[in-house]
Design a binder for this molecule. Sequence first.
Ligand SMILES: [Zn+2]
Ligand SMILES: [Zn+2]
Length: 181
Amino acid sequence: MQIDWERAINDIFIDRLSCPRCGQDQTEMIAGYSRKPSLNGFAPRHRNCPRGDECDARKLITLCEDCARAEVLPGTPVDAALAIETYMLDCRRDLEESLDFLADYWRDEYELSPEDLDHGLEDVDPEAFSDETQWRQRLEEEYLRYHREFRQRNRRVPGAGWRSEYVEEIRALGYDTLLGD
Ligand SMILES: [Zn+2]
Ligand SMILES: [Zn+2]
């Protein structure tokens, strides 16, 4: 089952939570983390993942209380407002992962020569770099959406310093970001 992410997010923005497993509207849902691929369909942010249904990365899953119990998903209850915050923090983690990958981790995936140590992923594997850039751009667009939502609701963005730190670090690597001013 593929969850309609756009709709799920839009619903949350108008304070409606609907369980992706039973389809019922809820005022609260359980938000938890799982690596089980069988739960991928219930991961609101897990769309466009290149690994699709097989993906066993740690994912944020949201289910109503009954469904969470049925699927043995541990988690905490969230209302719509808290759900957006949870999504936003999860999105930040993805962006940090992308940042770490661009900074260092990509090197583990290649047989590099000593000269390559001065090079970035864009020199060594332009195609992989372009994929990663597109992926990061999607995450940044998603992030901006949460950010706008917090502003419109006159709510304080949690850990507001995160954004400028991220921008600083990504620019230090020589890359551009949509999150800059
Ligand atoms: Zn349910
Ligand atoms: Zn995935």
